[in-house]
Design a protein around this ligand. Sequence first.
Ligand SMILES: Nc1ncnc2c1ncn2[C@@H]1O[C@H](COP(=O)(O)OP(=O)(O)OP(=O)(O)O)[C@@H](O)[C@H]1O
Ligand SMILES: [Mg+2]
Length: 242
Amino acid sequence: MSLLRCTGVTKRFGGVAALSSVDLAVSEGEIVGLVGPNGSGKTTLLSTIAGSLPVSGGRVEFAGKDLTRTPPHQRAQAGIARTFQVPRPLGSFTVAENVATASMFGRHRTGRVEAIDRAHEVLEEVGLAAHAGAQVGALTLHERKFLEIARAIALDPQLILLDEVLGGLNPSEVAMGLDLISSLRDRGMAVVYIEHNVRAVSSIADRMYVLNQGRNLADGTPTDVLDDARVVEAYLGGPVDA
Ligand SMILES: Nc1ncnc2c1ncn2[C@@H]1O[C@H](COP(=O)(O)OP(=O)(O)OP(=O)(O)O)[C@@H](O)[C@H]1O
Ligand SMILES: [Mg+2]
């Protein structure tokens, strides 16, 4: 049985259909890559799964329950965590306080003291332990991106939704990020991972979905998807070499 099942998800903004009857299924403990050209609806789909955008049609089911009309904070408590394409840290808090705050609102809601302990564990895991007491404004882009992942991990989710968490990073930072994302799967989390760098996501994904103009274009193993002529055409009109 799928952990997450989106069926016929449609989202209109005024007259514009950002998503038209999109299907997506994710099993426990798998990394699903979500790719597609700019404006193809990837972030919108993530927002309908996290609950920050209501759907215009279709269903979102998670762990056997229909969450289509459930508000975002209840979806977080049910085990769904997301990151934002542009990091959204709490600017007046330290790095550790940012992570602790997340852990107070997750699946196992914790008190303040326990939340701070948990925050230090998660910061260790993402390699930011040395910055625990720093102000968020002092972090580099790579550190802010990893803080965003840390805040999602602190919710103790079953499903983690990552929106271009490695965008703008250099190759060694991308490699560290890919190891971190793989380690989430190794701990039993399911991951939906949006990434422009198709080669990067295909190196760790178990399966991939491709969106184009708000519709499902292709899905399957990374090899099948990257060899699909429709995918190549949608991206570049030539071979995928991102
Ligand atoms: N809040 C909004 N109001 C109106 N239109 C929106 C809104 N959010 C997204 N859209 C439109 O919906 C479509 C899909 O956008 P979305 O951000 O989901 O694409 P994306 O695949 O994440 O793109 P990118 O790769 O650039 O991040 C676009 O045409 C976009 O302009
Ligand atoms: Mg996007």
